[in-house]
Design a protein around this ligand. Structure first.
Ligand SMILES: Nc1ncnc2c1ncn2[C@@H]1O[C@H](COP(=O)(O)OP(=O)(O)OP(=O)(O)O)[C@@H](O)[C@H]1O
Length: 297
């Protein structure tokens, strides 16, 4: 995408039909219901912490749902719960009909193909001692893909993220931050997941690189139909990429709805405060980002 009008600040992410509640009609790919997560403490020095309170959220196939909220509100904890990595005390996380919180080992193994994650920091999320080829081969080999098939798939993945085939022989240190994040995205895509938890995937990148990575994620979604849970602090980014947005405050979801509506006409007082702290649109920032983006196009 090279049109400056399709810039992250413009909030014109193509939308699809919505129901009145903002949910897509039909069965959800992911259905989180009344989820509670409690981190157990150890004595009075480290008391237990109730991180998520009765959280419910749905994500449809091919949909991007944004999760915004201040630091410590529980966004990453929810992302971890989808990966089966949070101490769930009650509630359910149903992915395509299987409750992740109660799944046995075999079901979990199958789910680990379907749900992948991309982290904020591409510098620390890639093993510096491994070539890109080995990084991308790892999830494929772990699922029993043959060497020959893995090699073909790695070629496809590099093309998909816009890197040349020789990138496979190089190491993470030889790439820029944006290129490393592309490699992290390719690793997440290797097993053709149906949902990717994107935990602040562009916050460590400069503005023009952010725009390119967001466009890559949108292109990939259009090609593959993957769904995203997109965790971010940046409302302009969320407005650009997300179909729907959920706002978290102190471990609770306080508002959900259409991405453009929530970010321009918030109902909950906390969302209004969030918007005031990061005004949208900011004409100066918008013009600056458009200029940089156009120069790169
Ligand atoms: N392993 C843990 N043990 C105890 N408490 C934890 C643990 N992990 C997170 N927490 C607490 O749970 C709360 C939610 O943390 P979480 O990382 O989910 O927030 P967040 O919204 O993702 O924050 P940020 O935007 O800063 O990443 C915080 O108060 C945090 O201190």
């Amino acid at each position: 995408m090279t049109d400056a009008d399709n810039h992250p600040d413009s909030g014109n992410r193509p939308d699809t039909d919505r129901t009145e509640t903002g949910d897509r009609p039909g069965a959800a790919l992911l259905d989180v219901r009344d989820l509670n997560v409690v981190y157990r403490g150890s004595g009075w020095r480290r008391p237990s912490f109730h991180a998520l309170h009765d959280v419910s959220i749905r994500i449809g196939a091919g949909e991007t749902v944004g999760l915004v909220g201040e630091s410590g509100s529980g966004k990453t904890t929810l992302g971890r719960a989808l990966l089966g990595l949070a101490p769930v005390s009650s509630g359910s996380v149903t992915f395509d009909g299987t409750d992740i919180t109660r799944a046995g080992r075999r079901a979990r193994r199958a789910l680990s193909r379907d749900i992948q994650v991309v982290f904020q920091d591409p510098y620390s999320s890639l093993n510096p001692a491994m070539s890109v080829e080995s990084i991308l081969a790892e999830p494929l080999r772990a699922q029993g893909t043959s060497r020959a098939e893995a090699s073909v798939r790695i070629g496809e993945l590099l093309r998909q993220i816009g890197l040349t085939a020789d990138a496979g022989r190089r190491y993470p240190r030889e790439f820029s931050g944006g290129q490393r994040q592309r490699i992290a995205i390719a690793r997440a895509l290797a097993l053709e997941p149906r949902l990717i938890v994107c935990d602040e995937p562009v916050s460590a990148l400069d503005l023009s690189t952010q725009a390119r990575i967001l466009d890559l994620l949108i292109d990939i979604q259009q090609q593959t139909g993957v769904a995203y849970l997109f965790i971010s602090h940046d409302l302009s980014v969320v407005r650009y990429i997300c179909h729907r947005v959920a706002v978290m405050f102190k471990g609770r979801i306080v508002e959900t709805g259409d991405g453009a509506a929530v970010t321009s006409d918030p109902h909950h007082p906390y969302t209004r405060r969030l918007l005031m702290a990061s005004p949208l649109p900011d004409p100066v920032r918008q013009a600056e980002r458009r200029r940089r983006y156009a120069a790169l196009a």
